[in-house]
Design a protein around this ligand. Structure first.
Ligand SMILES: [Zn+2]
Length: 142
């Protein structure tokens, strides 16, 4: 059992190791994946894939920020936090209803994204131009 972690440092690796150290956010650009031990200290492994519909990172050479927040709804602890500049910012735990609508929202974003990329496949060269202005980016709720 380890305690709650309030800061985390990035470690860029090719492969995510089997044994993760608490307080380390492993980032594999090679496999577009990240993993860390849940910051609440429950010891669960949290995998956050890097993708346009998953998580994004900002790295300034020293500190890492990941977006959106990490919500461990499937885990017992149900912890919810943001990682901003290597700091773990604890967020409010969601109710079951909020989790359900959050997941639904997520699903919707993914669906929109894949619909759009499927339809733009035919004319990839005209991606900028008329199309870009018509669709506003959606804001995530958390
Ligand atoms: Zn946890």
């Amino acid at each position: 059992m380890i305690g709650r972690v309030d800061s985390i440092r990035p470690e860029f690796v090719e492969f995510i190791p089997d044994r993760l150290e608490p307080g380390v956010l492993y980032v594999s650009l090679e496999y577009k994946s990240m993993a860390h031990l849940c910051c609440c200290g429950c010891g669960r492994k949290v995998v956050t894939p890097l993708s346009p519909t998953g998580w994004r990172i900002t790295f300034d050479g020293r500190a890492i920020t990941i977006c959106p927040s990490v919500g461990n709804w499937q885990k017992d602890c149900k912890s919810h936090y943001l990682i901003i500049q290597n700091r773990v910012r604890w967020a409010r735990r969601w109710s079951d209803d909020e989790i359900a609508s959050g997941l639904e929202h997520d699903r919707q974003i993914k669906q929109d994204y894949y619909d759009e990329s499927a339809s733009s496949d035919s004319g990839a060269s005209q991606k900028s131009g008329t199309h870009a202005g018509t669709k506003k980016p959606r804001k995530r709720r958390w």
